[in-house]
Design a protein around this ligand. Structure first.
Ligand SMILES: [Zn+2]
Length: 330
């Protein structure tokens, strides 16, 4: 039995990696494939994440990870912080995601708690049309007085904000001229928030990193192939990140599609990066509407904040999941 057959945390006493941007590491050779390494993603302790050999098969990878005990410390956390007074010397975060144009109910009394920082983890539109982005920004304008800061990332539905997206249609429909948006307009159109695209912002003493990418799924936005390409994206996350915001979930935690016993679709490389290298205090995401919830492994609290509950979103779907609130202790 090959121990840790999917994930290798490479801890190296030498400085070789720091001296070279790309280096082939011969200590790990699986299925005749030698892992190519880069110096990105190495933290101060030189913890190195290597991609899983089962990256392309999340269900199988999940079983392997589970047999290795990666989820053994995980427990569910109740989302009840909104009901208690904010802890002293803390920053209160309110998290929503996957609203898919349905923000109307969040304006009703008592639905959206007040806080210091509001996070939206992507999929605020349905088809990334200009009018949807403008409407979302108007919604943010109506609630911005209730927060010190609002931080937003894109999701796969915001395909027009992805500079690498080459699709001509989304969900079978072409964009009309008035619906089109170019990625460089994102922050301008989202003037009522800070829009993060693979970058960090420090707010109220908390370092927040946001990234919209997720393992590829159909021809939507911010798709990246599983395995090494995903790892390259996550290697950009600074190791001193306090709150990580991604659109997609890590493998095995809030990533199950279907109502019960469904497939796992989270990213193995994201889980490895979070658990073994970055170890943020909080990881906020959405994308998989059916697996909303909050879990903790004693190091990181994982939050699937998907506001829409149903897997298929349409205009008649009422978002059901309440915003997730936590206090970040300074
Ligand atoms: Zn969504």
């Amino acid at each position: 039995m090959w121990e840790a057959s999917q994930l290798v945390i490479w801890q190296h006493a030498g400085m070789k990696l720091l001296n070279s941007r790309t280096i082939t590491l011969n200590t790990w050779d699986f299925d005749n494939e030698i892992m190519a390494e880069s110096s990105e993603g190495v933290n101060s302790a030189q913890t190195k994440v290597v991609r899983s050999c089962y990256s392309g098969n999340p269900d199988k990878c999940f079983e392997e990870f589970r047999s290795q005990g990666k989820y053994r410390n995980l427990y569910q956390v109740e989302n009840n912080t909104a009901d208690v007074v904010k802890s002293p010397n803390s920053v209160r975060f309110v998290c929503i995601s996957d609203t898919h144009t349905r923000t109307d109910h969040l304006l009703e009394g008592g639905v959206l708690p007040e806080g210091d920082i509001l996070i939206h983890a992507g999929d605020f539109t349905q088809r990334s049309r200009r009018e949807e982005i403008v409407a979302f920004n108007e919604f943010l304008g109506q609630i911005k007085h209730r927060f010190s800061h609002i931080v937003v990332i894109a999701g796969n539905h915001e395909a027009q904000l992805d500079a690498t997206w080459t699709g001509k249609t989304l969900f079978g429909r072409k964009f009309k001229v008035r619906e089109r948006v170019v990625p460089s307009e994102a922050q301008e159109l989202l003037s009522n928030c800070t829009y993060l695209l693979d970058e960090t912002i420090e707010l109220l003493g908390v370092k927040i990193y946001g990234s919209p990418w997720q393992p590829e799924h159909h021809n939507l936005g911010f798709n990246v192939p599983r395995g090494e390409p995903c790892l390259a994206v996550w290697n950009r996350i600074p190791s001193d990140t306090d709150v990580l915001v991604t659109h997609g979930p890590p493998l095995g935690i809030g990533d199950r599609v279907g109502e019960c016993a469904g497939m796992r679709v989270g990213c193995a490389e994201l889980l490895s990066t979070v658990m073994e290298r970055v170890k943020p205090r909080y990881h906020v995401y959405g994308h998989i509407h059916e697996d909303y919830g909050m879990w903790c492994d004693g190091v990181t609290t994982f939050i699937n904040a998907a506001t829409c509950h149903t897997p298929r979103v349409n205009l008649y779907t009422v978002p059901q999941n309440k915003p997730v609130v936590f206090d970040f202790q300074l």
